[in-house]
Design a protein around this ligand. Structure first.
Ligand code: FMN
Length: 172
């Protein structure tokens, strides 16, 4: 799909078809888009945890109790390791969140290109999710998204509510 059109049409999907799993091939392409993302000093401090088994999905879905979330056939959890990400020497700023956000956005846009719906989620119960995925001591969860086909007949809203360009750009 044409890149600007893809950005224009992507929107958060909160309506998934629970019966329609995404093929391994398509999932692989989406995950690979995350792998190819840039990161500070190319540290790639991430792990992409893809939850697809019904048993694990049940456990993971308890971390975010919205009815639409319960329908997702896959959940992607973006995990980082702070000990592996780049740290700015003079003030200790750690690039982990930026690195993970870029990887997540690559996968979100790749999913859109495949006709797969996504929705960034950070308002989940951290402890529940950490336990469900067996998070390691050195790891942090940054964000999650369902991956799934929107239900048949689902209509995109198609009205991006965004500030005008003049308001968010400053030319100096
Ligand atoms: C960092 C981040 C966190 C978000 N967390 C949530 C969330 O916890 N639950 C939710 O339903 N949507 C969440 N969203 C989705 C936003 O509400 C949504 O992207 C925004 O309203 C713009 O709408 P659009 O994605 O349809 O363009 C999040 C988005 C981002 C970027």
């Amino acid at each position: 799909m044409e890149f600007y059109q893809l950005i224009e049409q992507r929107e958060s999907v909160r309506n998934y078809d629970p019966e329609r799993k995404v093929s391994d091939k398509v999932l692989g392409r989406i995950l690979n888009a995350g792998r190819l993302a840039p990161s500070a000093s190319n540290r790639q401090p991430w792990t992409f945890v893809l939850v697809s088994s019904n048993e694990k999905l049940k456990e993971v879905k308890a971390c975010y109790q919205r009815s639409w979330f319960q329908d997702a056939p896959h959940i992607l959890v973006v995990v980082g390791d702070k000990s592996k990400s780049w740290v700015r020497p003079y003030d200790g700023y750690n690039s982990i969140e930026t690195d993970l956000a870029i990887a997540m956005d690559h996968m979100i846009l790749a999913a859109e290109n495949e006709g797969i719906g996504t929705c960034w989620i950070i308002a989940f119960d951290y402890e529940k999710l950490a336990k469900a995925i067996g998070l390691k001591k050195e790891e942090v969860i940054y964000c999650i998204t369902p991956l799934g086909y929107p239900r048949e007949g689902y209509q995109k809203k198609g009205n991006k509510i965004r500030k005008p360009l003049e308001e968010v750009v400053r030319f100096i």
